[in-house]
Design a protein around this ligand. Sequence first.
Ligand code: PGA
Length: 251
Amino acid sequence: MRRKLVAGNWKMNTRRDDAVALAAALSVGLSGGSASADVIVAPPFVWLDAVASALDGSDIQLAAQNAWCDPPGAYTGEIALEMVRDVGCNWVILGHSERREMFGDTDELVGRKTAAAKQAGLGVILCVGETKDQREAGETEAVLSRQLLAGLDGLDVSETDGLVVAYEPVWAIGTGLTATSEQAESAHAHLRNEVAVRYNATVGESIRILYGGSVKPDNASELMSQSNVDGALVGGASLQAESFLAIIQAA
Ligand code: PGA
């Protein structure tokens, strides 16, 4: 049985005080335990330290939204994976479509980052997803396979523990459009099968695959009740404690 996972991607949102208040509200909201779901939040880098303190004593885990794959050195403006670990993250989100589209994260770079993150001892949420044009052209599965396999390129079967895949159709991110539960289930089943072929049936069966793209309290339950949907990667609705807690509740 795969344990559900709900991750909140705060993107480039919140001021310091909002971030700390949000983390504190989540911590209080989940103080009775989050039942059967793991919970992760991914604040902006600059608030990680403050959010880590606000989450002290709670089961909520911390993720970075990105990181660079080389060891510390002359990379102006970048953050190394070991720094991410040092500040208290045990996860990193890699390959988000906003990074791919706006910041030049190619399939190959996402693969290098994924391998380096696992070597640094971090769990990875590897994001993949097709654009609207690609879906309409019938290329969804091909795009998902390409992004997934490139992302896993440097990853040995022994490193697949703590690997999570997030299916995020680009056309559903921040648009209010959500994949239907059938579309999500079909994409997730495809991704799970690809993981099984790349590694083995056990890894395919155990890997968690999250859905992301306009997940809200009112659609979370149906999406996460699909047999291959193991949780959610939530953007906008993770910025309010009430809606994020409701999604965790649905999980
Ligand atoms: P959204 O973002 O929930 O605001 O659509 C999801 C994501 O980008 O991870």
